[in-house]
Write a protein that binds this ligand. Structure first.
Ligand code: FAD
Ligand code: NAP
Ligand code: SF4
Length: 675
């Protein structure tokens, strides 16, 4: 089966060491790195990915000193007392036949504490703490910290280190005129600005010898104003090569960049063109990154010679067996990362342990396991939305006999609407995965069966799981039965096409998604067309400007859209930390008028009548689409509860407030793991 993905599965010979394939598990902070007591969990998490046949793993970022901490008391490696806990990680990975590098990350001005340092005292727009400017001696001390840290990594059994030089962290801050205002030998022109990066690599190489991997994560696209030019990036790449790097990994965009780089609406492999361009300049192996999540995409990048390896971080949270399934030709079994960020990056920003929306076991491998059932039962699961799918498949995997009833003629529940939102096409992958998993686990799936309590009670089930989801909430104002009024289900599932002027009532997740649907023409998602997407956001593939920025040229919306909410706060305040700003920017760019503090007076032939404070307004719209939240659907609950057999309620049927697929899948999985 390796015939399908020959480039991806080909070993990579580094001279002193051979990697078993071209998959690098990219650095991803999980939160388990920060406390000594979590290292055993981290070791199990990494070992599972190694068992899944990843070629090379890179750990989450580890600071070389306290000033480089991302936040107080986050991970660091500064003394030999910390080495033994890292040995747990390296031996766990080596025992499974993989290789592992430790990422050295110095936060610089992104340090979320008052002791941050930087080339110049320029505060980051995303951090309240202003860094202290490093003196010349201070610069020297930072270099020594990198060298000491790399030596300790070698002592801990790592196969190498990745030096984090991108994403706007300290080294990147030295590199770019945006943040390096120094006039001494560490600043000025590119030769001065890159001295810090090159010195670190040169001295680390000197300290660790030749048989140790040094990856440098190079910011090939800064995507910020006063970032580097292409000739400067190339000059740095060449200097790093001469200084002794083993490989160069691609970095895309600073954290403060206002261009999405990894979220689901970013087209797959949207940035590999820049790695391909760098391939023409350098000899060392290059690694391509960002929005690579399926084997066909990865194979194409390698087959076309755009890169020598592909890096994936989140896809390996979603599925630790990604590489093994690929090798065995079972790519359809891959649980695909849908790039939602909801359980990984959003958690990390909240200082919570990372996990994965589609795989709640991620980073919980020691706590959440699907052991064979001691007393297998016959279980009815009602509803094949995310909660029911997760529950039914884990129950069946554990040996229960499971019947899954679904009223619609397809599985997926609300995900069938989510996948129609421009930029959320990836959500269809989760449904493909579950189709496959239902088959593999032998769940008896009964589609187009809106089951009644009578029917369930007649059959000899031992237990019932209600995963019947939600129904849209109907607000209360005059004119709700007017033909202008539609619900989000009418539009996204019922095939109704709103006219040219639309008011959306409710500015939660679904209200925002509805706007995305209305402002991009039907079937016109820019996520499927890289050129259009680059124009929408202002990415310059010609690299004519610093940071590869070009003026954004969003296409005009085919509709006039109003987004309304009763509360007075910021619309979309509840959206994810790493994705909310993208939705808000898109709506702004497309001219959506958001109105807060609205009272709804009613709908008639003229349109939607609203009040904002004392002001009355008529929005002359063709349609009003209601996205006013949801209520649990629990019609089966009462009749079933009168029976002696246990009834469990999960997902939206349990609680509609703040429901999302992360909670639905997690709850379904955890219930199934303990029954
Ligand atoms: P549902 O998905 O509602 O599934 C319930 C299922 O039960 C349905 O298929 C229904 O037909 C079936 N059913 C009901 N009664 C019966 C019966 N009597 N017999 C048989 N079957 C029955 N969440 C996120 O986390 N991230 C997102 O980005 C996101 N985007 C979204 C975008 C849109 C447009 C929408 C509408 C939702 C989005 N969601 C998102 C929310 C997410 O889809 C829901 O939280 C999730 O689907 C809830 O799962 P559930 O299984 O509880 O319910
Ligand atoms: P929601 O986030 O609760 O938003 C409901 C909106 O409707 C609110 O803006 C609310 O604002 C308004 N509303 C509530 N009651 C109303 C009433 N009686 N009359 C008029 N307006 C009313 O719910 P949702 O948008 O339906 O989303 C459901 C869940 O799906 C969310 O919790 C979300 O997590 C998930 N989801 C997530 C994403 C994502 O990108 N992560 C995308 C889509 C959905 P006011 O009360 O201020 O008017
Ligand atoms: Fe991917 Fe979402 Fe899982 Fe993160 S939470 S790994 S983005 S699917």
């Amino acid at each position: 089966m390796t015939d399908h993905f020959p480039h991806l599965l080909e070993p990579l010979d580094l001279g002193f060491l051979r990697l078993r394939n071209r998959v690098l598990m990219g650095s991803m902070h999980t939160g388990l790195e920060d406390r000594r007591r979590d290292f055993e969990k981290l070791a199990v998490y990494l070992a599972e990915r190694a068992r899944g046949e990843v070629g090379l793993i890179v750990t989450g970022g580890i600071a070389p000193n306290r000033s480089g901490w991302l936040a107080p008391f986050s991970s660091k490696l500064t003394g030999s007392g910390e080495v033994p806990r890292h040995r747990l990680l390296t031996s766990a990975v080596h025992d499974e036949g993989s290789r592992i590098c430790m990422q050295i990350l110095h936060a610089g001005r992104y340090a979320y504490h008052p002791f941050g340092v930087a080339p110049s005292a320029v505060k980051a727009p995303i951090n309240p703490f202003r860094p202290r400017k490093l003196s010349r001696r201070g610069v020297e001390r930072q270099i020594q910290a990198f060298v000491r840290c790399a030596g300790l990594a070698r002592e801990a059994g790592y196969d190498g280190v990745e030096i984090m030089g991108s994403e706007g962290y300290l080294i990147n801050q030295f590199l770019a005129p945006r943040t390096n205002l120094r006039l001494d030998e560490w600043g000025g022109d590119i030769q001065g600005r890159m001295r810090f990066a090159v010195e670190i690599v040169r001295r680390v190489r000197e300290a660790v010898g030749h048989d140790f991997i040094i990856i440098f994560r190079l910011s090939m696209l800064d995507l910020v104003e006063d970032g580097n030019t292409w000739p400067e990036v190339v000059a740095l790449g060449r200097a790093l090569e001469a200084a002794g790097v083993t490989m160069i990994n691609t970095g895309i965009g600073w954290h403060e960049a206002r261009i999405p780089t990894i979220q689901t609406s970013v087209p797959r492999a949207a940035f590999t063109w820049v790695t391909a361009r760098m391939k023409r300049e350098l000899r060392v192996p290059l690694v391509a990154t960002n929005r690579i999540n399926m084997p066909d995409v990865a194979e194409r990048i390698l087959a076309e010679g755009q890169a020598d390896m592909v890096s994936m971080a989140r896809p390996l949270l979603a599925d630790p067996d990604w590489v093994r399934k690929t090798r065995e030709g079972r790519w359809k079994d891959i649980n695909t990362c849908i790039a939602c960020n909801q359980a990984c990056l959003d958690h990390v920003f909240q200082r919570r342990r990372a996990t994965c929306l589609v795989n709640p076991r991620a980073c919980h491998e020691t706590e959440l396991n699907y052991l064979p059932a001691r007393d297998p039962k016959r279980i009815a699961v009602v509803g094949a939305g995310p909660a029911g799918l997760a529950c039914a498949t884990v129950l069946a995997e554990r040996g229960h006999e499971v019947s899954l009833f679904e009223a619609s003629n397809e599985i997926g529940g609300q995900f069938n609407m989510a996948k129609r939102i421009p930029g959320k096409e990836e959500f269809a992958e989760t449904l493909r995965y579950y189709e496959q998993r239902l088959r593999n686990t032998g769940v008896d799936v009964q589609l187009s069966q809106r089951v009644t309590a009578d029917r369930l009670l007649r059959e000899d089930f031992d237990a019932f799981v209600l995963a019947t989801g939600v129904v849209p909430r109907r607000p209360d104002f005059p004119g709700l039965l007017h033909p202008k009024v539609l619900s989000y289900v009418d539009v996204l599932y019922g095939g109704m096409r709103p006219g040219a002027r639309v008011a959306v009532i409710g500015a939660g997740g679904i209200g925002f998604d509805m706007c995305e649907y209305l402002i991009h023409g039907e079937g016109e998602s820019p996520s499927r067309d890289l050129r259009r997407w680059q124009q929408e956001w202002g990415v310059d593939p010609a690299y004519d400007h610093r940071g590869a920025l070009a003026p954004a040229r969003p296409e005009p919306s085919p509709r006039k859209v109003y987004l309304l909410q009763r509360s007075t706060g910021k619309p979309g305040a509840g959206l994810g930390k790493t994705t909310g700003w993208i939705h808000r920017a898109t709506l702004r760019n497309k001219g959506v008028e958001t109105i807060s503090g609205v009272a709804y007076d009613g709908v008639d032939d003229a349109g939607l009548h609203i009040r904002v404070g004392d002001e009355r307004r008529l929005l002359e719209v063709d349609h009003v689409v209601i996205c006013a939240g949801q209520e649990p659907l629990r019609e089966l609950m009462e009749p079933l509860q009168n029976d002696a057999r246990p009834v469990y309620v999960i997902g939206g049927a349990d609680r509609a407030v703040e429901l999302d697929a992360k909670r639905a899948i997690d709850q379904g999985t955890r219930l199934a793991a303990r029954l």
